[in-house]
Design a protein around this ligand. Sequence first.
Ligand code: NDP
Length: 287
Amino acid sequence: MSESSPSYLSELVGVFGFPVAENPTIIMQEAAFRAAGLNWRYLNIEVRPEQLPDAVTGLRAFNMRGINLTIPHKVAVIPLLDGLSPEAALMGAVNTVVARDGKLVGNNTDGKGFLWSLRQDAGIDPAGKEVVFLGAGGAARAMSVELALAGASRITIVNRSAERGQSLVELLNAKTPTSADFVLWSEPYRTPDDTDILVNATSIGLFPDISAMPEVDLSSIRPDLLVCDVIPNPPHTAFLREAKARGARTLDGLGMLVGQGAIGFEMWTGVEAPVAVMRAALEEVFG
Ligand code: NDP
């Protein structure tokens, strides 16, 4: 073939999950590839838990440029990779794999996506801030570790199950510069007066359960508080609506999803992510 011959070879990335059919990241990444003029494709690939090792071998065989991992593969993928970023090693979970020079390296962009949205969408730097997370699952773990590394002065983890909450607090105190404490969530949570940022990092309020709200004493939500929600669908959760009604500033979960997608896009392609296009594509999906 001469140098000017067209290439019909696409670069491949995607997501391994089970189930994965409804994962909307494809819409955002494909819109970004089109906007950037890249011949790349993003695929939703259903991988059963027992087939993850074969799927990772396939990733290498197809010379794919990387992959996102979603439930139930974020932890199980780790022994199948060639290396981990320091943050992914700290969190013990991977959501973005980058293939480079024949090696698969695992990263975690969930927390970085939140940090990005906090800075870009809300204009807030977490350094020196007092932050409360409702929840201690994978999302809370990724977000709290990133905020701790970014200099948050104090992090409180409020969780229904003590074991999960305490193990996250132990990780934050042992491996990051922040000071963390745990509150057992057994009654409506009263946000302390010195809190700067309150984050719902639970799955409460996710579609189709859109009227559900985390149990928070709404009288403790003040106008000088930033209230965030991880739920991307719907972006305008009942919790954020109540917070807004009390005068608080709010940050929705769509920004975090765009942020982590944009970071993944840049890691894979080396091209600046068209974030406005990515957000518009997701807004169309979530209405
Ligand atoms: P996990 O299953 O790992 O954790 C769920 C957390 O929610 C746990 O702390 C759990 O508490 C708590 N929880 C769930 N139901 C209740 C309830 N009824 N009452 C009190 N606590 C409850 O999920 P993830 O952390 O992975 O995901 C959480 C949410 O974050 C999901 O909705 C997901 O869509 C969203 N997310 C958004 C992203 C974005 O980019 N916007 C990125 C990643 C996730 P317990 O430990 O006691 O069970």
